[in-house]
Design a protein around this ligand. Sequence first.
Ligand code: GLN
Length: 240
Amino acid sequence: MTVTRNIVIGVLSLQGAFLEHSIYLKKAIANNENKYLNYSFEVIEVRTKDQLEKCDSLVIPGGESSAMSYIAERTELLPSLYKFVADESKSIWGTCAGLIFLSKEIINGLENQRCLGGLDIQVNRNAFGRQIDSFEKKLDFSEFIPDCKDFPTVFIRAPVVTKILNETTDDKQLIKSENNYQNPAPVEVLYKLHNYHGDNELIVAVRQGRILGTSFHPELSDDYRFHQWFIDEFVLKTCK
Ligand code: GLN
């Protein structure tokens, strides 16, 4: 008899492009039924502590990181998010605002904006400029996603990872995470954007063990290979 493991993937749905993530996750699952015979998946929207506690994995969408943080604080979800980030049996992926929310230090953060401290990185909000400076670009991710050579990425007021942190900096201007958690895994740089307006090495995708962060929005690309990879490489390999 085959045992079916039920896996719950939550999408933080306080603000931003949460609906798109749910759709892409469901597509990736539905199109690979044969691969996932031993699993049953549920994709749920997360707004409360009870919903978060059901999840094996969490996706934090793009949107506006300060708004997301304020809503999380006002709805008292923030302590549960800190706890979720610190739980080594959970996988997490943040896209754009989600990457900012997962970081340890924010440049250009707004007053009282919080971050979850799951990734030992410093990020610069709105690093490419304003909404009008948003762009799309096909990128080759085949070094970490098999055969993924021409992935259509979308950057909208996107952040850049400005530093991999060995220890926190003492710059008082920065927003710093108050989560008392240290991710034991090393930070791996997955992708650097080259030759963007002369700055030729901008970090836009990182992984620290079970936590993934991307500056761009794979949920707006009409291509669910990134979601597929997240399920295979993070969700299934992390859950107990
Ligand atoms: N600039 C936004 C922020 O600070 C992120 C933009 C996005 O998620 N597309 O949260």
